[in-house]
Design a binder for this molecule. Structure first.
Ligand SMILES: [Zn+2]
Length: 60
């Protein structure tokens, strides 16, 4: 997982990834996917990236 990378989410949105102050990988929505069902995925919104990128030992 690269930081400051562009990724396309499964929903089709394109995000710019970075790390927040907790060390989690988050994505800032750059382009909203035309098929995206999630209204919170608006351009400029920050979402926590799903999946193992955020799995850390001792985390729940
Ligand atoms: Zn989306």
């Amino acid at each position: 997982m690269q930081e400051n990378d562009r990724k396309t989410l499964p929903c089709g949105c394109e995000v710019q990834t970075s790390r927040d102050f907790l060390g989690r990988v988050v994505g800032t929505i750059v382009t909203r996917g035309s098929e995206c069902p999630r209204h919170e995925h608006a351009a400029g919104q920050v979402v926590v990236m799903p999946g193992r990128d955020n799995a850390r030992p001792g985390d729940r």
